[in-house]
Design a protein around this ligand. Structure first.
Ligand SMILES: CCCCCCCCCCCCC/C=C/C(=O)SCCNC(=O)CCNC(=O)[C@H](O)C(C)(C)COP(=O)(O)OP(=O)(O)OC[C@H]1O[C@@H](n2cnc3c(N)ncnc32)[C@H](O)[C@@H]1OP(=O)(O)O
Length: 242
């Protein structure tokens, strides 16, 4: 079953998480997204940009904990987490500008996926950006915090997101500096992302320079994403709470 599509619209790629489901980040969906990123990398000979968006009322509702809850929970949790980390590292090294067009709820790992883009545009009327770990009693990985620290500048905003589990609407997220722009509905958000993408493509930057500079800007984040020291202990904690 196709879980995401990749289409070229003008000069930009649009990666869409398909289906009216929660787009939970299980290995199948993570693999599908990552192979789309590999296609963007291989086909981005000329200047291009990547927009990531989703169908339905969810951008992504986070890890697929139901999938993980089996006899082999620890292994499955670690598998999801290592696949997401690999995907985030690919986004940071991708030689093209990246834009998340958040057209629905983005929770926990889904929020991390959105934040890992260079720009986040969000629809005004529906959808929350929400780190739900506090509400569901789960610990958080240091690398998740590294993403949030790299992308959300204000300590007050980080407190709202992590220590208050705030459900941020687009307007609140813009006020806290979490998203760049608040658009209308889903279609307007994708259209605004395409306009921004075409504007960035118009700069005709060298993609490898763009990717290298982004990796330099987020060097600390990249090393946190690649470090799996705590994974085992966190997996045990998370598994015990499922
Ligand atoms: C776990 C991996 C371990 C690996 C090994 C260890 C290493 C790492 C360890 C890390 C530790 C774990 C980290 C965990 C990561 C995860 O991803 S775990 C999974 C997390 N996911 C969740 O917890 C799911 C959270 N989601 C929700 O709670 C809900 O889906 C939601 C987002 C709150 C949406 O709820 P829902 O009821 O479906 O929403 P709606 O019906 O759409 O809206 C509710 C009402 O709000 C109104 N509304 C919606 N948007 C807006 C808006 N923008 N503005 C105003 N109002 C809005 C909407 O109209 C609804 O109102 P009513 O119609 O009046 O009800």
């Amino acid at each position: 079953m196709e879980m995401c599509t990749l289409e070229k619209r003008g000069s930009v790629f649009i990666l869409t998480l398909t289906g009216l489901n929660e787009h939970r980040l299980n290995p199948a969906l993570l693999d599908s997204i990552q192979s789309a990123l590999h296609r963007v990398r291989s086909e981005s000979s000329s200047s291009t940009a990547l927009i990531t968006t989703a169908h339905g009322k969810f951008f992504s509702n986070g890890y697929d904990l139901a999938w993980a809850k089996t006899a082999d929970t620890n292994h499955r949790l670690k598998l999801m987490d290592s696949k997401l980390r690999s995907l985030i590292a690919d986004l940071i090294s991708l030689p093209v500008p990246t834009i998340a067009a958040v057209t629905g709820h983005a929770s926990a790992a889904g929020f991390i996926l959105a934040l890992s883009h260079d720009y986040v545009l969000m629809r005004k009327d529906r959808g929350f950006l929400y780190m739900s770990e506090l509400d569901i009693g789960l610990p958080i990985a240091a690398w998740f915090v590294a993403v949030i620290r790299s992308k959300i500048g204000s300590p007050a905003a980080r407190r709202e997101v992590l220590l208050r589990a705030a459900k941020l609407t687009a307007e609140k997220a813009a006020e806290l500096g979490v998203v760049e722009a608040v658009e209308g509905g889903a279609e307007e958000t994708v259209a605004a992302a395409v306009r921004l993408g075409e504007e960035l493509v118009g700069m005709r930057w060298d993609g490898h320079a763009y990717g290298q500079i982004r990796m330099a800007v987020f060097a600390d984040l990249l090393s946190a994403v690649r470090c799996d020291e705590e994974e085992e202990s966190l997996a045990v904690k998370v598994a015990s709470r499922l």
